[in-house]
Design a protein around this ligand. Sequence first.
Ligand code: UVW
Length: 320
Amino acid sequence: MSTQVKSISEVLKDAPKNWGRWGAEDELGAVNFLDQLQVLRGVASVQSGKVFTLGCPIARKEGDPVWPGRSQPGHHMTQDHGTYCCGKLQPLGAGLQYADDVIYMAVQGTTQFDALGHVWYDDAVYNGFSANTTIDGMEKCSIMPIAEHGVVGRGVLLDVARYKGKKHLDKGEQITLEDLLNTAKAQGVTIQKRDIILIRTGWISVFYNQGATIFYEGDFNEPGITYTPELVQWFYDMEIPAFGTDTIANEQTVSSVTGTALPLHGALLRNLGVSFNEIDWLEDLADDCEKDGQYTFLYAAAPLKIVQGTGAPVNPIVIK
Ligand code: UVW
């Protein structure tokens, strides 16, 4: 017997929205919550000055973790010592030579932020702008408003993999709201309103430790949180401005609750305007948090200012 999967529109018909909350022209979404007070809350959580960068390396010879179908970043030298050796270039003035290179990549082909207009359904992106505004460049809800504002506040790591006693979660494993709250409890941390949440699944380490073949084998189905009314209500009530994970899409790929693909891109990104910071490297931060017991920190990230971009690479910084 085949069961019909409901459309995302039906699944999310009663889900909360932040459309209009910051005005009819708003393109920044829940990052509006990150005011000066939130920056000071983040700064107040700094205790030792330890710094962690969450960006993954770009354009490794062995390849990078990208959403299936997206091309790998390409990195090419446009000039180097060889260009001078074979006489194609003359040194600048008194013998100075230099190397240059170019990179060609999907704007979401590495650690990155999604623009709020990146994903839509029912022909509308965040705040009700028409999906037509995405044609030939994001006229509305591009990455620019987030890039210009910056995402700075108090961050909290929820190391769900460690809480569950695993190196990494299994393919397609669901993280429930209860898992998030129990993880916080086990870590002795209280999640506060307007915190930026980092959820560790350990999943991206499968790509680096076991290789692309194992990472992509079979149906692509990452572990993560997924749509449930209580989880989305919690994000809404807690005024979560942004969240990051160590997966490519920040949520269970195919929801084990709704059967739909990436429903949280609809419920959180499109409807609540919550910013998605994807493909974070969380292993070093998580190891350190376990050692010193400090799971809160200053989180600061500014995606690149790609005009009309659907997203942009970023190298978030955590300071403990
Ligand atoms: C998709 O675009 C499908 O996912 P992501 O948000 O991970 O880029």
